[in-house]
Design a protein around this ligand. Structure first.
Ligand code: SD4
Length: 341
């Protein structure tokens, strides 16, 4: 080993050891390969479990792409959460799922309006890797999934979703107006609960691996009791998710229509390109939405999270109640995001 390389490794080891509050020499503390990397962050509290799945891969030197797929599959499979087949249906009573994934080379894949498939994120990855396209929707996406060997699940609402749907049916009228749920005092998504928290039905995850490569994933059942055929931001590259391996990665949650309006995740990445930190970039994007929505902003929630190439991260929300989960060599925690309102 060259003297210079040994010097760099020793200095790195010392600074990491200081960060851990340990003495540098003689302590059995394995330093991360690069400070700040690997790192994974994801939206809402379900992100804690999802990050653990991603970490299995990242901590062994695996690819960020594999990590972000594996991580959100945990959420998709969880019947306790509102993401995946256990989630709230559309107004006709069907659960329709949207997901997208993006790697470090601008490869991306997406599925939308997908029914009866448990892991839309993995279908999105197959679209990316096995087709000349970026997006497949509806019956075509389902046909592709089945051809790829994904099992077609039973068409049955989870007990929670069935209860919520029946409840919603009592007061709902079918009016194809965006945010009609708010005007009817019915559910809106994300919905503010009695205890002041927001419910959610999406997980977005972005990660940087030990080699410094970025990837991201986003998967959702979308807005509960949405119009049949409605897509939000989550399956749209640039809106719900964007990755530029030279700069950073961002993902969004909340009222998808308003994230789409500003090409939200792409905007966050472009703001980081201009020199803003991940948190500053997320804040600026949220401010842009607030400016557009004006007084109507009080009825919606939007949250962005982002990481940059250095392994710095941040998040920002329109309203209180949004949190994001972080996992790295140094920390594992749920962070309440700062909000504008
Ligand atoms: C959508 N952005 O379909 C998603 C919903 C969401 O927490 O993120 N909910 O608009």
């Amino acid at each position: 080993m060259s003297t210079r390389r040994r010097f760099i490794e020793t200095s790195l080891f010392s600074s990491v050891a200081v960060l851990f509050g340990k003495k540098a020499i003689g302590e059995n503390v394995a330093p991360p390969a690069v400070i700040g990397k690997p790192l994974v962050i994801s939206t809402w509290d379900a992100g804690i479990a999802a990050n653990k799945g991603a970490w299995e891969i990242l901590s062994k030197g695996g690819r960020a792409l594999d990590a972000v797929e594996a991580g959100v599959r945990i959420t998709e499979a969880s019947q306790n959460c509102c993401v995946g087949l256990g989630a709230n249906p559309d107004r006709e009573g069907f659960v329709t799922l949207d997901a997208c994934i993006m790697d470090d080379k601008f490869n991306c894949g997406s599925v939308a309006f997908l029914e009866r498939i448990k892991h839309p994120i993995s279908v999105a990855r197959r679209v990316m890797e096995k087709t000349p396209h970026v997006m497949l929707v509806g019956s075509g996406a389902q046909q592709f999934a089945v051809a790829e060997g994904f099992p077609l699940e039973e068409e049955k609402l989870s007990a929670e979703a069935e209860k919520a749907y029946k409840n919603w049916l009592k007061s709902s009228e079918y009016k194809p107006v965006v945010n009609i749920e708010n005007k009817q005092k019915g559910p809106m998504i994300p919905m503010q609960l009695e205890n002041g928290e927001w419910n959610h039905d999406t997980i977005g995850m972005v990660a940087i691996d030990a080699k410094g490569n970025l990837s991201g994933s986003c998967t959702t059942s979308g807005m509960g009791f949405k119009m049949r055929g409605r897509l939000g931001d989550s399956p749209i590259i640039g809106a719900g998710l964007f990755v530029d391996n030279e700069i950073g990665a961002a993902t969004a949650t909340g009222q998808g229509e308003d994230v789409i309006r500003i090409a939200g995740s792409h905007t966050v990445v472009e703001l980081m390109r201009q020199g803003l930190s991940p948190q500053q970039a997320c804040k600026k994007a949220v401010e842009r939405i607030l400016k557009i929505k004006g007084a109507n902003a009080k009825n919606i929630q939007i949250g962005f999270i982002a990481i940059n190439k250095k392994g710095e991260y941040g998040g920002y929300a329109l309203q209180k109640g949004f949190s994001f989960a972080v996992k790295s060599n140094r920390e594992e925690r749920l962070i309440p995001a700062v909000s504008l309102i």
